[in-house]
Design a protein. Structure first.
Length: 113
C-alpha cells in the first residue's frame, strides 16, 4: 500500500520559516518525480514546486526565491522562508510516474501574526 505522509506544518508569523517533510512508503522513491501542491480555503489546488528524479527543480512564480524543494533517498522536503499570509494553505506531497499519481493527506501551514 502506497502512503505519503507529510509533516512539519504549523503556525508561523509572517517572515518566518518552516520545513515540510514527505515520507513515502510502498514506492521506490527514486523512480518518481515529486512535487508539493497547496490548497487554500475556497481556492483550487495549485502546484508549488517540483523535483525530477534527477534533481531538477521548478517553482511557482509566487514562491520563487523563498521556497526550496529537495530530496534524498528516503524523503522529500520543502524549505519555506520569508513566509507570507498568502502562503496559508494545506500542503500536499505528490509522487508521479507514468500512469501513477499518489497523494498524501496534507499538512496545514498557517502564516499569521
Amino acid at each position: 500500500q502506497v502512503q505519503l505522509v507529510e509533516s512539519g506544518g504549523g503556525l508561523v508569523q509572517p517572515g518566518g520559516s518552516l520545513r515540510l517533510s514527505c515520507a513515502p512508503s510502498g514506492i521506490t522513491l527514486s523512480r518518481y518525480a515529486m512535487a508539493w501542491y497547496r490548497q487554500a480555503p475556497g481556492k483550487q489546488r495549485e502546484l508549488v514546486a517540483t523535483i525530477t528524479r534527477g534533481g531538477s527543480t521548478n517553482y511557482a512564480d509566487s514562491v520563487k526565491g523563498r521556497f526550496t524543494i529537495s530530496r534524498d533517498n528516503a524523503m522529500v522536503y520543502l524549505q519555506m522562508n520569508s513566509l507570507k499570509p498568502e502562503d496559508t494553505a494545506v500542503y500536499y506531497c505528490n509522487a508521479q510516474q507514468t500512469g501513477f499519481s499518489f497523494w498524501g493527506q496534507g499538512t496545514q501551514v498557517t502564516v499569521s501574526s
